[in-house]
Write a protein that binds this ligand. Structure first.
Ligand code: PHE
Length: 339
């Protein structure tokens, strides 16, 4: 009996299972009904009563030690198993790694910035909180001009000279102040107007305005630049038309329409059956503006234009309601993933 026990002990000591299957086999081999250890327990009946105490203790220790060993092997093999490459679980649900998309206004802004930088324009930015000088006075707005009216402009209550810019032309004034001529800049940014929010208007929107001042800048230069912009943005078959208009800072002034890309110029609901869509304001920089900003209008001339990014994005992506841009509904935003 003692011999059998010692042999068993040695056998257990030599065990070194490497798979879960082997661990299970050891359990069966030693602890099942016909297992080696169970056999010894059966033999125990025949042990003389004076040996029963020591031998009983001995085989009980062997049993509990083996049980702990089996447990330890099991957990050890499990932890190495889960980090092994063979454990790849192809049924596991994928983690959502989808990327967000750029906002349509940012997409258009980036696209227009690229188009104009390819033409040699540089990008300038400026403050959203401005003063009367940079938004109005330096741009030849007469004191009584309706655009200064409280209805259009958000003024800061206690400082009538401090206001939220209503257009990014204020950045152009800041460029003229630096007087590094020639100037060829585009000014993207957020602007604010005290307007009732509707499908076609919002009190916050985004603009890009352009300014080119050099010797001999002509209206033909403006027209060609805008035609290029229209074709690059809306497709090569896009036509433009300029209608006379008025802005305090340009003379002559014009508004530019593009041929309606939805109906191809035949007339539809979007273009109100005219075949044309209004996209921007433009003109030759008024000599008064050049003089106010210390630029000699006898030597220099320039053109300027300004457009609303939401409007361009609406036309390009066929968005029917301006408010969608500000709601940040992912169902709307997700539609711009492939642009
Ligand atoms: N600043 C004008 C606006 O916000 C747009 C414009 C810019 C028109 C430059 C003409 C020339 O409406």
């Amino acid at each position: 009996m003692i011999e059998k026990i010692n042999q068993l002990k040695a056998e257990i000591l030599a065990l070194n299972p490497t798979t879960a299957e082997e661990v299970e086999n050891i359990r069966i081999n030693f602890l099942s009904k016909k297992g080696k250890l169970t056999e010894i327990f059966n033999d125990f009946r025949n042990v003389s009563s004076e040996d029963k105490k020591t031998i009983g203790k001995e085989i009980n220790t062997i049993k509990s030690e083996l049980q702990t060993k089996l447990e330890n092997w099991k957990t050890d093999l499990q932890s190495t198993k889960s980090s092994s490459a063979n454990d790849l679980d192809l049924t596991q649900q994928e983690i959502d790694m989808s990327f967000g998309s750029r906002h349509p206004v940012s997409l258009i802004k980036n696209e227009l910035c690229e188009i104009f930088t390819r033409l040699g324009f540089t990008i300038e930015e400026g403050p959203e909180i401005e003063d009367d000088w940079h938004v109005f006075a330096a741009l030849n707005f007469p004191d009584e001009h309706p655009a200064r009216d409280m209805q259009d402009t958000f003024f800061i209550e206690k400082h009538p000279d401090v206001l939220l810019r209503t257009h990014t032309s204020s950045i152009q004034v800041r460029c003229m102040e630096k007087k590094q001529l020639p100037i060829r800049v585009i000014c993207p940014g957020r602007v604010f107007r005290n307007e009732a929010i509707s499908a076609r208007a919002h009190c916050i929107f985004h603009q890009i305005e352009g300014l080119y001042i050099d010797k001999n800048v002509s209206f033909a230069d403006l027209q060609q630049t805008l035609l290029h912009f229209a074709r690059e943005t809306f497709g090569n078959d896009t036509k433009i038309r300029l209608r006379p208009s008025y802005f305090p800072f340009t003379e002559p002034s014009a508004e530019m329409d593009i041929s309606c890309k939805l109906c191809g110029g035949k007339g539809c609901n979007i273009c109100k059956h005219t075949g044309w869509l209004e996209v921007l304001g433009c003109g030759m920089v008024d000599p008064n503006v050049l003089e106010i900003n210390g630029i000699d209008s006898k030597v220099y001339s320039g053109y300027a234009f300004g457009l609303g990014l939401e409007r361009i994005a609406m036309l390009k992506y066929s968005v029917s309601d301006l408010r969608l841009y500000f709601e940040n509904d992912v169902r709307f935003l997700n539609q711009f993933k492939n642009y």
